[in-house]
Design a protein around this ligand. Structure first.
Ligand SMILES: [Zn+2]
Length: 323
């Protein structure tokens, strides 16, 4: 399945030097948001031999860089049991090495235009001297305020980011009162084609529309082509199961209660969640009734799927078109 949503975009000039030094185009929109004054804080990983050039380029944009530690990534299964608090690590974890270490590995950096915000930056847990080190008095939820997210969305996230009880994306859908706005589309936030990086409280959240709209306007002045691409990707119909499993449907048109489409693209980087991609490829239309997903081709039923609820990360399938 060819998936343009996971492609990169090469800026003509704005941020082009930073992406060049980084050697990847990851987080392009976030860099623009930071430099344009919308995003207070950003973090990234930069190869140690590029760090001086990177810092210099950042200075050119008025961005301060705080280096935290060098990351040596390790799978949790390879971490010895003697490491204190090993149980609290997630699947991917890292050893934190001193910045002086002679290595070509990546340095974890925080970026901000405000030096005071850099002081509030919260690092990820890393293993240092046989112990997992967490950020001091970490309140991950309050961190949303440092990251510049709207209050209404932070309050909503605090309640619904509970992977045992809720599908956040579905709860947001239920709260939506009017036409879903592409400016409130969070589904592409792990690609570079997103104006938002938080989970909105509604797909028509006024605070999010205002924030993302201003950011879009500013990026447009610098990189109009990037904005045109981004708008096109965000204004699509999506078949959503939960946060790790959803599909973008190209040229989707409803005829009665049947949705006809040209191509379905699985968006997440985690291909193991792509359960329905092959079936969606064979079909050219679908029908969703509660948990029952019917796939059709040329008007004939190809397959009926009963979407299971699951005990962890519950799935509540829904279709949504952003405009
Ligand atoms: Zn909101």
């Amino acid at each position: 399945m060819n998936n343009p949503l996971l492609e990169q975009y090469k800026p003509k000039s704005f941020c082009a030097d930073l992406m060049e030094i980084k050697g990847n185009g990851l987080q392009l929109g976030l860099y623009m948001s930071l430099i344009l004054g919308f995003k207070p804080l950003l973090d990234d990983w930069i190869r140690k031999n590029k760090i001086e050039a990177f810092k210099k380029a950042c200075r050119g944009y008025g961005v301060h860089v705080r280096e935290s530690v060098i990351f040596r990534n390790v799978h949790k299964s390879k971490v010895p049991d003697s490491v204190i608090d090993k149980d609290r690590l997630t699947t991917t974890s890292a050893y934190g090495l001193p910045l002086e270490t002679d290595t070509d590995e990546e340095v974890h950096v925080f970026l901000s235009k405000d030096k005071n915000i850099l002081k509030r930056a919260m690092w990820y847990p890393v293993i240092i001297n046989n112990r997992v080190i967490f950020a001091p008095r970490a309140d991950h939820l309050k961190y949303g305020y440092v990251l510049g997210y709207p209050d209404c969305c932070i309050r909503f996230f605090r309640k619904y980011n509970d992977w045992v009880r809720y599908s956040h994306l579905y709860e947001t859908y239920r709260q939506t009162k009017t036409q879903p706005s592409f400016l409130c589309n969070p589904l592409l936030k792990d690609t570079i084609f997103s104006y938002i990086y938080h989970m909105p409280c509604r797909y028509d959240c006024p605070a999010t529309i205002k924030l993302a709209g201003k950011l879009r306007h500013e990026i447009f002045k610098k990189e109009p082509e990037y904005v045109r691409k981004m708008d096109g990707y965000l204004k699509k119909t999506f078949l959503v199961f939960y946060e790790r499993k959803f599909y973008a449907l190209d040229d989707a048109v409803f005829k009665n209660d049947v949705l006809h489409y040209q191509q379905a693209s699985f968006v997440s980087h985690d291909a193991t969640r792509n359960e329905y991609g092959a079936d969606l490829d064979k079909a050219d239309a679908l029908k969703l009734h509660g948990r029952q997903l019917t796939l059709l081709r040329g008007g004939n039923v190809l397959k009926d799927i009963m979407v299971p609820l699951n005990t962890f990360a519950p799935e509540h399938p829904f279709l949504i078109t952003f405009q």
